[in-house]
Design a protein around this ligand. Structure first.
Ligand SMILES: [Zn+2]
Length: 186
């Protein structure tokens, strides 16, 4: 089992500390214990980190609960129909040569290389201090992130905003971040 463990790719490290992100943005739960599942999303613009956050599974589930069925279906269908491209381009965990860094070198949907993108987002699913094999980490261009955001119903957008607003203890700047960069992995 241990040989299947991949450390957190460097691109997912905290921009400020250059160390793994330690806490859930919403409930501040410590994330680096084995068995604690969470995901990280980051948005880059002109190679600067615009946004980065980690969300634990409990908070992710709560947030998902605010999404309309239609929105969830739209996003699932989107990934399902584009998944083939992802699979053709990338290896998966079962491959001997699996290389998480390689997954992050180009847009998973369009194939555009990272160095040719002004804006992009990355998302990954983790368990403590290693990758969670349930979902491979990926990168999408800013354009595709917009497209995915467009799949959310108006109702869902409002509900996610409301959920974020209601979250006691969340600093105001994070509220804005979560509203303008809605999680794509949830
Ligand atoms: Zn949390």
């Amino acid at each position: 089992m241990d040989e299947n463990k991949y450390p957190i790719p460097s691109l997912f490290r905290s921009f400020l500390t250059d160390k793994p992100i330690e806490n859930c943005i919403m409930c501040e739960k410590f994330l680096l214990d084995e068995g604690t599942e969470y995901f990280i999303e980051k948005a880059f613009k002109d190679d600067y980190v615009e946004v980065e956050y980690a969300v634990c599974m409990d908070c992710a589930e709560n947030m998902k609960g605010t999404m309309s069925k239609q929105s969830i279906e739209n996003i699932e269908n989107y990934f399902r129909s584009n998944m083939q491209f992802m699979q053709e381009r990338f290896m998966n965990f079962e491959d001997d040569n699996f290389d998480p860094e390689k997954m992050l070198s180009q847009c998973a949907i369009t194939g555009t290389k990272r160095e040719d993108l002004n804006e992009y987002q990355i998302a990954g699913f983790f368990n403590g201090s290693h990758l969670n094999p349930a979902t491979i980490p990926f990168l999408i261009s800013g354009e595709i992130a917009e497209e995915i955001n467009g799949l959310l119903s108006k109702e869902t957008k409002g509900e996610i905003d409301g959920f974020v607003d209601d979250f006691i203890g969340l600093p105001p700047e994070w509220r804005e971040i979560l509203k303008t960069h809605r999680p794509i992995l949830i």
